[in-house]
Design a protein around this ligand. Sequence first.
Ligand code: YH5
Length: 288
Amino acid sequence: MTFKTTTSSSGTGRTLDCAGKKLVLDRTRIMGILNLTPDSFSDGGLWLDKTQAIEHSLAMQGAGADIIDVGGESTRPGAQDVSVQQELDRVIPVIESIVSQLEIPVSIDTSKPEVMREAVSAGAGMINDVYALRHKGALAAAAKLSVPVCLMHMLGNPRVMQNNPVYDDVGAEVTTFLLERARLCESSGVSKENIVLDPGFGFGKTLQQNIALFHALPELMSNDFPLLVGVSRKTMIGQMTGREIPGRVAGSITAAALAARMGVAIVRVHDVAETSDALKVATALSQG
Ligand code: YH5
């Protein structure tokens, strides 16, 4: 027996054109994380070696990833700044080799305009910026590169963000911030069709604020932009389950499946095979 795996409720029914490779948002799509930071505390910089990084990206594609997110800049609380050259050295050789081997698009997780430019020239088809293009020159770089951009909300910066974050209404404030950034992007030459929004789970939010933000996803989605959500292995999953990073897979998948059920366009995850199964089952059981 086969099940239909499509649902009209995910994203906006839009298609992102990622430098020629299409990401069709007809159902919740899976972004597999390829972390190239030595101090990444979610998977310990396992993919620092170029050959292993390539193998892991191919494995994620085989396991059901729809896009691979390559990052060379750690954004964990208290993380060290990385120089432009260091970040380029980490990500560019890997992007160059995976782009030609993968059928699916690659996104670059960076806030630096120089890295955005080099990564897109190396074949990356999307920009994922946790600073929502607030760094000097980032907005102009993204507009010129004409690839989709993910604008994420973060309160403060990684050094201070978990230092007593305060909101009056976290859902409303995150929504207002993202819509303002989206409007600024549009007026700076980024096409509306290329804008994806992300509430930034864990980026300057307490557990209670993360939960309130999850409840606010429908409000955020009502603005007609596709949503990307990243909760995989994060502290909030640890707080809910009492587990350290290696034990957070089931919790992460549960959150991803619920986000998918609410209609988010893209989930950013470490555990692609498990998330892919969860979304297939959730979709099959949600259909009448
Ligand atoms: C995101 O949500 N997150 S990097 C701490 C962890 C595990 C994972 C304590 N880049 C996002 O993944 N880009 C990151 O364990 C992102 N949305 C978008 N668009 C942080 C991360 C992580 C942090």
